[in-house]
Design a protein around this ligand. Sequence first.
Ligand SMILES: [Mn+2]
Length: 361
Amino acid sequence: MPKTPTRKSAPAAPARAHGERKKSSRHLSLVDPSDRPVAQKIADCIAKAKRIVILGHERPDGDCIGSTVALCSILRKMGREAFVLITDPVPERFRFLNGEEWFKQIAPGETFDADLAIVLDTTDLDRLGVSGRKTFPGAAIVNIDHHVSNTNFGDVNWVDPSAAAAGELVWRLASCCNWKVPQLALEGLYAALVTDTGQFAYSNTTPRILRMAADLIDAGVDPEDTWRRIYLNKTRDELALEARARNSLEVWADGAICAISLTQRDFADTGTGPEDTQEFAGIPRALSGARLALFFYEVEGGKATKVSIRSIRELDACKLAQQFGGGGHRQAAGCRFDLPVKKAIAKFRPAAEAALNGKGQ
Ligand SMILES: [Mn+2]
């Protein structure tokens, strides 16, 4: 008979009154001495700057919003003039991070006056969604990222693919520099972790990240509340879009590749948009035996198609994406075609099938 681990039921924790915070462990177990040289360089850049702008990638996700809000609120707590620059609106489910007064919406071509730009969670300046380098002329660039395909575009670069999220790097930076982390920043960092690890499920769910999550909860983050706001906050339209996505399912290569797709029509009929699809890459991934999971969706009124790629450990999704000018992580990557969805699929499919056999890898 298999041994069943005995589990003592813990006494129920006393309910914590809303707003009551434990502040015991804001300075944490995560100070890594090898982070010190780069953390010092970044702190020097921040100390010299008068006006700081923080940016993340286009189509912002939980890590992007969470880590930029967190860093902005940390810098503001230090009395610095800092803003988060965005082109795409903050998705509804991340608005509880309520840093909106610091968000500056900026149109492509517009410039912003700052002497330091800190870019988080972004592989290259083309992914900013703004007009890249021209957006902040004259500003020095600090590049903090965890994507393996990062192009080291900054004057100071901290690219650590072993980090689960850009939020982890912000936390390690704050820990190294002994900065105070306000409540909003704690919540932003937790949102960054929970989203980029797939709710602590993906291969980037390291002991370090779980310790960090524990520190954040210790410091006052309510995990259930955060999870509800992010994941249980869908509209009927979004669920209708999800039904369409599930209906579109195709299986190729004897079940090794599972793909879903959405057209402009699907978005128009359900009153939704590509920003409502952030978890959809997980749908084809759930098929038993799928080694590559693909999600194709039309953007820009159907003129272009984006592809989200998820892979098992043995396959390199990033290399597959790079064949089409994209990038990302080993098991989660993406690319884009200037084609409607059907044509994009026709172009991408042979490369996906070849990748199964280790070609182009
Ligand atoms: Mn990220």
